[in-house]
Write a protein that binds this ligand. Sequence first.
Ligand code: HAM
Length: 425
Amino acid sequence: MVKFQSPTGMHDLFEEDIKQLHKIEKISKDIADFYGYKRIETPILEQTNLFEKGTGMLTDIVEKEMYSLRTKGGDHLTLRPEGTPGIVRAYIEHGMQSLPKPVKLWYMGPFFRHERPQAGRYREFYQFGFENFGVGEPVIDAEIIQIFYLILKELGVKNLIVEINSIGDSQCRPYYKKALTHYLKARQNQLCPNCRRRLLKNPLRVLDCKENKCQAVIKNAPQSLDYLCQECHNHLKSLLEFLDAQAIPYNLNPYLVRGLDYYTRTVFEFKQTGKDEEENQQTLAAGGRYDTLVKLLGGNDTPACGGAGGAERIINIIKRKTEKSPRSKNFEIFLAQVGEMAKKRSLELISEFFQAKVPVKFSLHKDSLTTQLKTAAKLNVKYVLILGQKEVLDGNIILREMKSGKQKNIPLKRVVKEVKKKIKK
Ligand code: HAM
């Protein structure tokens, strides 16, 4: 018999995970409302060449991580590996270019990358993202960074640090690329085979390599900061001043380049500083400025800046924390029923409790009162309501206080109100 499993790197989500996803979504929404970002959801599938052009042909994502397919109609589509190109497509397609600037959008949903699965790296994962179109000023970069800082803090992630760099623009980056290529070519024998290949196509990508031998070369490589033109330099300086003013802890990392091709000037990554090496290295949220992407995808020349957070990585941190300090949620009421007539009336009662927003536990599939009382005791409830045939016929229900064992009859008609009063106390 075939044993079916979820696809590698893709997971079933259970109650606890979904609750955490909702929490991230709720906090993101509250912050989005506060800062004036409007929700947008784009399709899970987009044309393959949107990512080839937007994310970049030479990125790991496009080179090896996309789930691409050909439809029966002959369209080439790809499961979205990231959100930004789809949002830019929607921004252009729906005439948002003519809206007053900035246009602020946010989203949350599943994304897909065929990566090697490991802790915090999945093939299906959730991202929440914020994109801001139309303003090139560094204050917008600061706003985006502030938004992610606040969301992560609100979610209880401690010891946050944002790594920042500027990778320049089309004016100054070619000079940096040239200097970097020159440096790396002279040391290509010390690089891993992957980086030797990267060196020919996109030398900046070498700076991303985690291999020890490449790290040793990168350590002394030319830094983009030394090649910035005056405008890019001022832009970064001003952004850092905004961050200083907000007391957001940052670390200027001259070798941060990010794995996507569209960035100009600012790039940033949020990490958690901690004792655990593994935790340290995980990027929780990341992004940057992308002033040329809208034009590249067929729109007007529009500066833009944004970022996205990885929900699972954040949930893993929150979960570790709550495991250390478990909080048990107590239900206060258990409804026990005995006999067919009481079972029927209980269903009606449960719907009354639901509509009155009074949480009640029950085991309708159980018949024995003793078993139901045992369950109630395990749940540690304060009160049990007991409904038997006699009670239904008399129009009453028994309310029993678990601790003292004291019981009294309450008219069925008034039970929801009475119980509501009791649990408010
Ligand atoms: P990214 O850095 O590729 O940027 O992804 C953003 C975040 O998604 C990462 O920091 C990480 O937390 C999470 N993430 C990425 N890949 C995985 C994975 N395989 N498993 C689990 N989590 C993952 C972007 O996607 C850009 N679109 C961000 C952006 C928006 N830039 C400008 N606007």
